[in-house]
Design a protein around this ligand. Structure first.
Ligand code: GDP
Length: 368
């Protein structure tokens, strides 16, 4: 009876009906002599961690286990999608453990970036979100920038304890762990192991550290506010920056609109002429038009000129809903979760952003 089977890798109960949940195993794999779930199978073969939604209470219960361990918690966030990759209520999960915050994908931001200013901003943001962090580092796991610094910081803060690597899906956890392994030697096959920890319920992989402690990789958490949920994988590639973002600057007058392909639009409804600096993937189309023509243009061109979304996925995209802001401070970012942001340079602008229903839209002090 498959209900009673447990995965030989992580100990989760084997189930065949829900790919998004722990223990999922394709029916065909039940015939194997040693049954392991798809997640552990992938971990073993491709070193890939599968992710679970945050609403999954089973999983949040497991996150609470982190608070019962005496460990260093490394939390990774994506600088390109800071809000979307922040795990709300994180402090509740982790108890009194030390937290090292790694802000990843820093290679996507312009090189002219003032790193200290960004770090200060991150510290304030963490505090505002109720998270006590011991330190903040800006890294690029992919370009191996500051990975070594992160490793020695981890070593210093962990004080002989285990380390847990946590973060939302797609923030670069696997990339980070792999670059740690590459930099600090060891044969990957030998170092990355899946194992079942008796008496624990966390489904994680562990990597032995040289003093007998362990580095754990936890499954990612899916954040529903990300635009990624509304587009196809191909389109997602198109809207996710893969290299340094070249800011695009628009001098706009009131009653002008800026389309972010067919995914969103920003209406500058009222205010003196102002500068808007757009940070989106370099090949994502930005199109300026008059506000009075915007509805008509969208009706005619969404899925055509205004693409992504393309013809196939336009019908699956939720309707656009309006979010209005009055910008009171100079240099304010209007952020569309997972898509990018627009910095409004001068105070006094009234803007309305139209974004797919469910997508997170917010303002913050400019990070650049
Ligand atoms: P995980 O889901 O947290 O394990 O994330 P992955 O390690 O699978 O990375 C998710 C995506 O982000 C992949 O497409 C990576 O190539 C990309 N990525 C990871 N680290 C970086 C980075 O430092 N810079 C950039 N530009 N992309 C990164």
């Amino acid at each position: 009876n498959q209900d009673e089977m447990i995965c030989a890798g992580c100990g989760a109960a084997i189930q065949t009906h829900d790919q998004t949940q722990a223990g999922y195993t394709p029916t065909s794999a039940l015939e194997r002599e040693v049954v392991i779930c798809q997640r552990c199978f992938r971990l073993n073969h491709y070193n890939e961690v599968q992710d679970v939604p945050l609403e999954n209470t089973d999983f949040t219960n497991k996150l609470h286990e982190l608070g019962k361990r005496n460990a260093l918690i490394v939390k990774i966030v994506d600088v390109f999608d800071f809000e979307g990759s922040w795990i709300p209520g994180f402090q509740r999960y982790i108890g009194n453990n030390n937290v090292l915050l790694l802000v990843n994908k820093i290679d996507l931001l312009p090189q002219s970036l003032n790193e200290n200013k960004l770090k200060d901003w991150v510290r304030r943001e963490a505090k505002e979100q109720g998270l006590k962090v011991r330190d903040v580092l800006l890294i690029s796991a992919e370009k191996k920038r500051s990975v070594e610094e992160a490793a020695s910081k981890m070593d210093q803060l962990r004080n002989g304890k285990d380390v847990y690597i946590t973060g939302c899906t797609n923030v670069g956890k696997s990339t980070f762990i792999n670059s740690l392994i590459q930099q600090f030697g060891g044969d990957e096959e030998q170092l990355i192991t899946t194992s079942y920890f008796p008496g624990t319920t966390l489904d994680m992989i562990d990597i032995p550290l040289d003093d007998g402690s362990k580095l754990y990789d936890t499954p990612g958490i899916i954040n529903n506010k990300q635009m990624a949920h509304f587009v196809s994988n191909k389109e997602l590639k198109h809207m996710t920056p893969s290299k340094e973002i070249k800011p695009r600057i628009y001098q706009l007058n009131e009653q002008q609109t800026l389309f972010i392909a067919g995914l969103a639009r920003m209406d500058f409804t009222k205010g003196d002429s102002n500068s808007f600096v757009a940070y989106f993937a370099n090949d994502l189309l930005l199109h300026r038009t008059k506000l009075e023509k915007a509805d008509e243009l969208y009706a005619a061109q969404a899925g055509e000129m205004l693409s992504p979304p393309g013809k196939e996925s336009i019908h699956e995209m939720p309707e656009l809903v309006a979010h209005s802001f009055h910008i009171k401070h100079e240099k304010t970012d209007i952020v569309i979760s997972g898509l990018g942001w627009i910095t409004v340079v001068e105070p006094g602008a009234s803007v309305t952003v139209h974004a797919p229903k469910g997508a997170g839209v917010s303002i913050r002090e400019a990070i650049i």
